[in-house]
Structure formats: C-alpha cells, structure tokens
Design a protein around this ligand. Structure first.
Ligand code: PLP
Length: 495
C-alpha cells in the first residue's frame, strides 16, 4: 500500500506488536483470551495447592530473560506469561489461605480493575477526572457511613493501609504544629506519637517518614488480650507533657494484624480529648467488622476519631490495591499536604470544580480506585458483605471450639477473625521444645501446599496464626486445618 507521498513504506504491520492502537475487533478478540485465562485463574484459586513447590533459584532462573527489542503477538506473550508465572503463585484467594490479613478478591472488582485501566482516568482533581472524582467522593462517603465514622466523607483512597496510616499521621502532625490557633508553631522534634506495642509497624514508619524522632514513638503496653493499656497511655502522656514535649497523635487499633485486638476505643478517645491530642484509628483490617451486629459498637469509637484507616482490599474483598483514609476535617489535611506550583494551578472557583485530591495527600497522579469499590458495594450490597464478615468470625469461633476439644491443641488467643494456637504433644513441658515442634509443623504444612498460615510469637510462644478474611472458606476447611495440624504434629512428635 502506498502512502500519501507515493512511498511503499506504510504497509500493514507484520506483527500486532507493531500496532499499539488496536481495532475494537482485535481488542475484543484479545480480551476474550484474557478473560478465559482469568476464569482458569479462578479455578486454580479454588483447586490448586495454596502454595506451589518451588525454590528461589528455580524461580529466578525462569526470569533470566533478555530485553525484548522486537515485539511479537500478544498470544505469544500471554502463553509465555502463563509459563513464567505458573509454579510461582501463592493463591491468596484459596479457601485455606490463612496468613497475614490476606483477603480473597471479589471477581466483580477484577472486572472493574480492567475497566479502570481502559478508562485510564488520572484522579488528581475534579478538573482532571470529573466523574471519577465524584465517584471517589461518593465511595468515601459510603465507607464513612458503613463504619459509622459520622463525618462528611473527607479523605482519600490510597494504595493500602500503610499509606492510609501515613496520611493520618501526617495530618495529625500538621494539626499539632498549628496548635494554639497557629500562633505557635511546634517543632517536630518535640512531638511524640503513641501506639500500643501491638500497633502495626506502618504507624511507627509513618512517624519516621513524617520527621518524628524514633525515640518519640511511644510503645504503650497491652492488657491480657493485647489491647492498649489506657492507664499507661495516660501516664505516658502526662509524663511527656510535664517534660515539655508535645503529644501529637495517639494511634489506636481496631483489629491488630497480630491477634485482632481492638483497643478500648472509647476510653482512648476520652484521653485524647483530655490531652487535646489527635486520635487516629488504624482499622485497616478490622473496621469493616463494624458492619456486623456483633461489632457495631466500634462505631462509637470511630465517631470520636480525627482519622480512620480502613482497607477495602482486606475485609471488603476488593482486589489489591485500595486502602482508605477518612478525616474528620478536610481543612487540616489540606494544611498537611497542599502546596502550589504553576503547572497545577487551579483556575476554577466553583467549590466542586476546584477540588483537588493532591491537596489532601502525597500522590498527584492517582488510579481510579473508586471504580472497583463502587462496583463491589453496588453489586453485592452492604448486607451480603456484612454476612460474609460475620461468617468469617463464626468460622474463627468454630476453630476455637475445635481447639478447645483437642487436648493437644492450646489456644493462645482469639479475636475478630484471627485465632492463634499451638500444638503441644502430651506430656511436653519444655518451652523451647514446644516452640521448635510448632516451627517444624508450620514449615511442613506450608511446604505440603494445602494450607497456608503465617506464624507469630506471643510472649515467647511460637504460635500458628489463622486469619480468615475470605468468602470461600467453609467449615470443612476449618476441619481440614485442625486434622492436618494434628496429623503433622503427631508425626513430628513421634519421629
Ligand atoms: C492493622 C493493619 N494496619 C495496617 C496494615 C498495612 O496495610 P497494607 O498492607 O495495605 O499497607 C495492615 C496489613 O495487614 C493491618 O492489618
């Protein structure tokens, strides 16, 4: 085919890799192939081993590939991608994936994620993405309402709980710096932050990134169920104030990652009020439990907080990644984050149209994360989600009962949807020996590939830790887990 200059150069591309702008027919054809692969992934998520047999060197060797200078067909790339990944995937949505706070991902959210990429909205500000901005603001209002924060839905969707905690802590420090109506600017090296020793590591990390000294992050002790000790918090605040320091932020937890402990939120809120300190609640894992009747009481604590983190990619089952921070006061977050530059000047004066997310957080370019949360909430409805959360908590209670009925299993604490326990062979009393057999037990179970657990250590006791945030997990999976722990444990004890 000749081009407008009569040259013979403008030929049909010989390979699809040479043409970026696919026709809608070609897009459809390739997309159907991807959907087929995604359907296979869903089957594998249910049926494959939860953790594959592999090794670091074998996996690394598969990825020792030259830089491709020439393209090829998408089908060829897909084929190779499948080969490269298979054998190296932990199935986080498997019904017996019990590690960390790893949730199963709602397929509805997967479709929304694909649409998000197709739409490719850059949700920096209203003028960049009017509909996406309003959808995010709506989703923030819904999340606020779901957990009973009682605010106006000021906040941001983030990459996850760590980023949400970082935003909460930054806002708290900005607020503290402006205390006394802005008349006195308090220096960050005199500020202090408080969290329980069970608080998530992202809180101390957030403090460090925001310029606080590591030795000004107070690690408050916990009670026998690992909730923050409020008397110790009060005494530490008093001590710091008397020493001329400036308490800037108390970070309470609504469901710790370690054991699911929920700090005494109302008591902590009263202390924060007394000392005029910002209360941030890390509900990255546990906040959605406020949707259930059993844990609705947490909302009272949330309603007293200045900021709250909650992760749709955990107990709201959105695919990674989407976290959320909600603030009581939009102006304070603006104070923490707003900076101007000529190339992002807002020319609109209308209140709605002049809104910019980048005034309230670190990111300028932002993905349209609200789409998947909106799609999940709209398609599923809050009742169905609350039912699954309650079912997950019920499964943890079933596990508690099984442990109670087995003389060789010992519970080390059980809250929300997390249960910590260990195997203790009859007659064994040596603490190191019991720790060692539980270490071997978890290694063997994970290697066998039918169950995935992550351990923790509680008061020196190595513990098997089960966290259930999964719409696929059933009673039969709990039975399987207990039977396997007993089988492997007995085998090791008798070896
Ligand atoms: C209580 C709590 N806070 C914060 C985080 C960090 O969240 P992310 O991994 O999304 O950064 C987690 C993660 O499990 C968590 O459980």
């Amino acid at each position: 085919m000749a081009d407008t200059h009569g040259n013979e150069s403008a030929k049909e591309p010989s390979k699809p890799g040479a043409s970026f702008d696919l026709s809608s027919e070609e897009f459809r054809r390739l997309g159907h192939g991807v959907i087929d692969i995604m359907a296979d992934i869903m089957d594998a998520e249910r049926n494959d081993p939860v953790f594959p047999e592999n090794s670091g060197s074998a996996t690394r060797a598969r990825f020792d590939l030259p830089l491709p200078t020439h393209g090829r067909t998408f089908d060829e790339s897909l084929h190779q991608c499948n080969e490269l990944l298979s054998g190296g995937l932990r199935r986080n949505g498997h019904p017996r994936f019990f590690a960390y706070v790893g949730a199963s991902a709602d397929p509805i959210g997967m479709f929304a994620d694909a649409m998000c990429s197709a739409l490719n909205q850059n949700v920096t500000a209203w003028r960049s993405a009017p509909a996406a901005t309003e959808m995010e603001r709506l989703v923030l209002r819904w999340l606020d309402e779901i957990v009973g924060f009682g605010g106006d839905g000021h906040g941001l969707l983030t990459s996850g709980g760590s980023a949400a905690n970082a935003a909460g802590v930054s806002a708290a420090l900005a607020s503290a710096a402006q205390r006394n109506g802005g008349a006195t600017s308090i220096s960050r090296d005199r500020m202090t932050l408080y969290t329980s020793r069970e608080g998530h590591l992202s809180l101390a990390k957030a403090a460090r990134c925001a310029g606080l000294r590591d030795d000004h992050v107070r690690s408050i002790g916990v009670d026998d169920v690992r909730r923050m000790n409020v008397d110790e918090l009060t005494a530490t605040l008093r001590h710091d104030v008397d020493a001329g320091l400036h308490p800037a932020c108390v970070c309470a937890s609504a469901g710790t990652a370690n054991t699911g402990a929920i700090d005494p939120l109302n008591d902590i809120a009263s202390v924060c009020k007394r000392f005029n300190v910002w209360l941030h609640i890390d509900g990255a894992y546990g906040a959605p439990a406020a949707m259930t009747e059993e844990f609705a009481w947490m909302s009272r604590g949330f309603a007293s907080a200045n900021s709250l983190s909650l992760d749709p990619h955990k107990w709201l089952f959105a695919p990674l990644d989407v976290g959320c921070i909600i603030f009581r006061d939009a102006e304070i977050t603006r104070r923490a984050f707003a900076l101007s530059a000529s190339y992002v000047t807002v020319r609109q004066t209308d209140e709605i149209e002049s809104f910019a997310f980048f005034d309230h957080g670190v990111d300028l370019s932002r993905r349209f994360r609200a789409l998947k949360v909106w799609m999940i909430l709209t398609t599923r409805g809050t009742r169905a989600i609350a039912d699954i959360i309650q079912r997950n908590i019920g499964l943890r209670k079933s596990l508690d009962k099984r442990i109670e009925g087995e003389p060789r299993l010992e519970s080390l604490g059980s809250q929300l949807s997390i249960c910590c326990f260990r195997f203790v062979p009859t007659g064994w009393t040596d603490a190191d020996r019991i720790n060692r057999i539980n270490e071997q037990l978890i290694d063997q179970i994970v290697t066998e590939g039918h169950i995935f657990m992550s351990p923790t250590t509680l008061d020196g006791r190595f513990s098997l830790r089960v966290c259930i945030v999964n719409f696929r997990t059933q009673e039969s999976d709990i039975d399987f887990l207990v039977n396997e722990v007993l089988r492997v444990g007995n085998g090791l004890a008798n070896a």
